[in-house]
Design a binder for this molecule. Structure first.
Ligand SMILES: [Zn+2]
Length: 157
């Protein structure tokens, strides 16, 4: 595997992970939840003999783009998530369409990037034309605090 160094300038999305309750159930000892249960096999707690019960699993699960209902849309190929860019509980997404107003190229490139206000605005329009609906889906179904930023960074892929 080779590692490419990518230089990104443009609009990117930042969001916070949203958590949801899991639908799974977990087995517990009703007398003491620290009693370890082999839920698949046991009917009674092997430590105190209480009858084992179940409850909704408390560990939350993180939503991702696959939680968007199929009939509403699919963002599978819309974005790239650059590795190691985001802080804890946060997600960074850039467009998967390299011509979507962003510069996404090998770092060796000696092209000078125009960062004028005009250019940024043009990139914004292109980004929103391509991803405006996607952003709505992200806000509704996947992440909290979805915002658009303009910036530059290097990431590896
Ligand atoms: Zn027990």
């Amino acid at each position: 595997m080779s590692t490419d160094t990518n230089f990104f300038i443009g609009w990117y999305i930042k969001g916070k992970y949203r958590y949801t309750k899991s639908n799974e159930r977990e087995y517990i000892c009703p007398r003491n939840q620290k009693h370890e249960i082999d839920g698949a096999i046991a009917n009674y707690c092997s430590i105190c003999g209480s009858k084992i019960t179940t409850r909704a699993r408390l560990t939350p699960i993180v939503l991702d783009i696959y939680d968007i209902p199929e009939e509403v849309g699919c963002l599978e190929d819309a974005f790239i998530e650059p590795e190691y860019m985001s802080k804890e509980n946060e997600v960074i997404l850039i467009s998967n369409y390299s011509l979507c107003g962003s510069y996404l190229q090998a770092f060796e490139s000696n092209e000078i990037v125009d960062l004028s206000q005009d250019k940024q605005e043009k990139q914004y329009t292109e980004f929103m034309n391509r991803h405006g609906e996607d952003i709505k889906l992200l806000k509704e179904y996947v992440y909290d605090n979805v915002q658009l930023f303009y910036g530059a960074f290097v990431y590896y892929s």
